[in-house]
Design a protein around this ligand. Structure first.
Ligand code: ADP
Ligand code: MG
Length: 284
């Protein structure tokens, strides 16, 4: 990323759908229960973007991510991932997914958790070993190869699941509040690590969060959603330069963008008359 002001969003309206990693048109999703989780969703994500979805609880962030990941089907509209159907993209292992809960296999060692997708892809042992060492180094878990997940802290477990999602170098990484359950310190450190990984790799990330500072710090673009039914109410380009670091949090532009996202959330909330009892938009 050259990180020039507005570079990520300069062509936002005109991105060629075919070249995009995610291309969604007129998406709606209603569940059998009668809940309309998503309405009128149009979203284009270009290669190398880091897009955060933010919005109040229940606005359909997870549902949108799950539709991109072919874990749920849309009710109408089109979804393309790498120019294919979401289903084909899943079969082709075009993306990795990280959930809020690390979902590791307790009976497998750290190494074997990370190498699982590679085993499924038929990589031979030597190649897997080399790749796992590289990944554990990346997420700073060298030395924990033979540990079991339950022996690790929550932050370490989440790093294992990130390493696993990155293992086969997916074009797209889908992350659903991956740091939501962690303490603030761990979260900030993992934000830095994730950003470092993204800056070094060629991957595209769609990231769900309800933390405004996290969204601004990580993203090239923040997509603000409003609830009932979930819609995209605003898109904010984050023109903070890269590489970003802990000091980015102190920059005036960072605060301006945090305020812009906060106001967009509040506006989306008011417009649909769903302000909650406390009158606040949820942000963590
Ligand atoms: P978010 O991740 O933004 O908190 P979700 O995508 O989880 O929101 O949920 C959006 C809405 O869809 C909510 O009203 C939720 O109750 C509903 N919903 C999510 N998954 C299902 C499901 N499998 N069946 C029925 N309703 C669901
Ligand atoms: Mg969710």
């Amino acid at each position: 990323m050259s990180g020039g002001a507005g570079s990520a969003g300069a062509g936002a309206g005109k991105r060629a759908a075919a070249a995009n990693v995610v291309s969604i048109q007129k998406l709606t999703k209603s569940f059998r229960t009668g809940v309309t989780a998503l309405a009128d969703i149009d979203l284009e994500v270009a290669p190398r973007e880091f897009v955060s979805l933010i919005g109040p609880s229940g606005c359909g962030k997870s549902t949108l991510l799950r539709i991109i990941g072919d874990l749920v089907g849309p009710s109408s509209g089109t979804v393309r991932v790498n120019g294919k159907t979401a289903h084909q993209a899943r079969l082709d292992h075009d993306y990795g997914i990280v959930f809020q809960d690390p979902v590791l296999f307790d009976w497998r060692t750290v190494s074997k958790n990370v190498s699982l997708p590679l085993e499924l892809l038929g990589w031979d042992r030597a190649r897997r070993k080399e790749r796992v060492a590289e990944l554990l180094h990346l997420v700073e878990l060298t030395g924990f190869e033979s540990s079991r997940p339950w022996q690790l802290s929550g932050g370490m477990q989440q790093r294992v699941s990130i390493a696993r999602a990155l293992s086969f170098d997916p074009a797209l990484l889908l992350m659903d509040e991956p740091f939501g359950a962690l303490d603030e310190m761990t979260r900030e450190r993992l934000n830095l690590e994730l950003l470092g990984i993204w800056e070094k790799s060629a991957s595209t990330i769609v990231f769900v969060t309800h933390s405004i500072p996290e969204a601004v710090f990580l993203s090239t673009r923040v997509v603000v959603m409003s609830a009932r039914p979930g819609r995209i109410s605003e898109t904010i380009d984050v023109d903070l330069p890269h590489p970003r670091n802990a000091m980015t949090h102190e920059e005036p532009r960072f605060f301006e963008l945090v305020t812009a996202v906060r106001e967009a959330l509040a506006a989306g909330h008011g417009r649909h008359g769903t302000r909650d009892a406390a009158g606040t938009t949820e942000e963590r």
